[in-house]
Design a protein around this ligand. Structure first.
Ligand code: F6P
Length: 370
C-alpha cells in the first residue's frame, strides 16, 4: 500500500503522559483534516482496540477540528494513555489465573485493515516507539513523535514535555530555598527521569541547587555530606540537593518502588528519603524530602513544549503524506527532521560526561557526589 494514498489515520498516545500531548493531537488532526483525511484516536495506548469491553463508550474516538478545539494548552491527553499495554507483550489472564505474556500485534494489524486505517501516528517515549518500530516492520505505516518529560530519547535535541517538567521543578526549588534557609535545613528534592538525569541536572542548575545526584554519576554520600558541612562552615546553613529517581549510590542499589511485570517496566522511587536520612545522620542537620513525582507530568505545556508539539504533530502528517514510515519526527535544533525509528528504539540518551551543562554545574560549585 502506498502511504501517499492516505485517507484515514489513527493516533495513539502511550507511556507516561507529558505536557504537550494534546497539542500534538490537535496538530495532527488539523493538518490531516486540511488534507481531507479522517482521524481516529485510540484510547489508552492500544487498549481501546485490544480490550474493547473496558470501554462502554467505545475504544476509539473520532477526532475532528471540533473535538480538538482549545486543547493545545491543556496537560494530559484527551485519548488517554497507558504504560501497561504493549501489544507484543500483552498480559493475558489464563483460565487457571496465571498471566501469560502474549503477542497480540496481529489482532492490532487486522483491526487497522478492517477499519480502512492507512497509517498510525504513535506519540510516545522509548517503549511506545519500540512498539511503533515493530508495527512498521510488520507492514503498518507508522510515524513516531518523541514524548517524555525524561528527555531520554536519542536522535532528537529534546522531547516535548521536558521543558515543562524542568520549569516546574525549577519553580519548586526557588520556593524551597527560603524555607530551607529559614529552618537551616537540608532539603532533598527527588525528581523523575528514570535512568537519565536530565530533569535533575537542568532544574538543579537553573534552581540553584547545591548538590545534584544523577544516574550517570554514581554518588558517594560522604561527598554530598561534605558539601553540606562546607556550606555550614561558611555560614550558609542550608542546602538543597536534587536527586534523580534513578540516582545510583556508589556502594548501594537504586531505589526501586515496584518490580517489573509483564508489559510494564520497574517503577523507581524512594532515593530521596534515603539520601535525606543519610545526610541527617552524617551532618546532624534536620533534613526533609520533597518528591515532585507526577506533579512534573501535569499542568500546561510551556510555550517551548507547546510549539515543539505543534511542530512535531504537523511534521508527522507531512511525513505520512510524503510516503514515509518507520521514522520519528525529531528536533535537530532549530529545525525539525526525521530519523529512523530503529535508530531510536531501545536506546537511551543519558547525560554525556562531556556535557557543558554538567561542566557549568561543576564550575558553579555544585557537587555531583563524585
Ligand atoms: O517516563 C516518564 C515517567 O514519568 C518517569 O520519569 C517515571 O519513572 C515513570 O514515568 C513513572 O511512571 P508511572 O508512575 O506512571 O508508572
Amino acid at each position: 500500500m502506498s502511504t501517499s494514498k492516505i485517507r484515514r489515520i489513527a493516533i495513539s498516545t502511550g507511556g507516561g503522559d507529558a505536557p504537550g500531548l494534546n497539542a500534538v493531537i490537535r496538530a495532527v488532526v488539523m493538518a490531516a483534516t486540511n488534507r481531507g483525511w479522517e482521524c481516529v484516536g485510540i484510547r489508552d495506548g492500544f487498549n481501546g482496540i485490544l480490550n474493547p469491553e473496558r470501554y462502554p463508550q467505545g475504544g476509539t474516538l473520532p477526532l475532528t477540528p471540533d473535538t480538538v478545539r482549545g486543547i493545545a494548552h491543556l496537560g494530559g491527553t484527551i485519548i488517554g494513555t497507558t504504560n501497561k499495554g504493549n501489544p507484543f507483550h500483552y498480559p493475558v489472564v489464563q483460565a487457571d489465573g496465571n498471566v501469560q505474556d502474549t503477542d497480540r500485534s496481529d489482532e492490532l494489524l487486522d483491526w487497522f485493515k478492517a477499519r480502512g486505517i492507512d497509517a498510525l501516528v504513535s506519540v510516545g517515549g522509548d517503549g511506545s516507539l519500540t512498539i511503533a518500530d515493530a508495527l512498521h516492520k510488520k507492514g503498518l505505516p507508522v510515524v513516531g513523535v518523541p514524548k517524555t518529560i525524561d528527555n531520554d530519547l536519542d536522535k532528537t535535541f529534546t522531547t516535548f514535555g521536558f521543558d515543562t517538567a524542568v520549569s516546574f521543578a525549577t519553580e519548586c526549588l526557588d520556593r524551597l530555598h527560603s524555607t530551607a534557609q529559614s529552618h537551616q535545613r537540608v532539603m532533598v528534592v527527588e525528581v523523575m527521569g528514570r535512568y537519565a538525569g536530565w530533569i535533575a541536572l537542568h532544574a538543579g542548575i537553573a534552581g540553584g541547587a547545591h548538590g545534584i545526584l544523577i544516574p550517570e554519576i554514581a554518588f558517594d554520600i560522604d561527598k554530598v555530606a561534605a558539601k553540606v558541612k562546607e556550606r555550614d562552615a561558611m555560614g550558609r546553613q542550608y542546602s538543597l540537593i536534587v536527586v534523580a529517581e534513578g540516582a545510583q549510590p556508589r556502594d548501594g542499589e537504586r531505589a526501586v518502588a515496584a518490580a517489573a511485570e509483564i508489559g510494564h517496566a520497574e517503577r523507581l522511587g524512594g532515593i530521596g528519603e534515603r539520601v535525606a536520612a543519610q545526610l541527617a545522620e552524617r551532618t546532624g542537620k534536620d533534613a526533609r524530602t520533597v518528591v515532585l513525582g507526577h506533579l512534573l507530568r501535569g499542568g500546561s505545556p510551556t510555550s517551548f513544549d507547546r510549539l515543539a508539539s505543534l511542530r512535531f504533530g504537523t511534521a508527522a502528517v507531512r511525513a505520512l503524506e510524503d510516503g514515509m514510515s518507520g521514522v520519528m519526527v525529531a528536533l535537530a535544533f532549530p529545525n525539525v527532521n526525521y530519523v529512523r525509528l530503529d535508530e531510536v528504539a531501545g536506546r537511551m540518551k543519558a547525560v554525556p560526561m562531556d556535557s557543558d551543562t554538567l561542566q557549568t554545574g561543576r564550575d558553579l560549585g555544585i557537587t555531583f557526589g563524585d
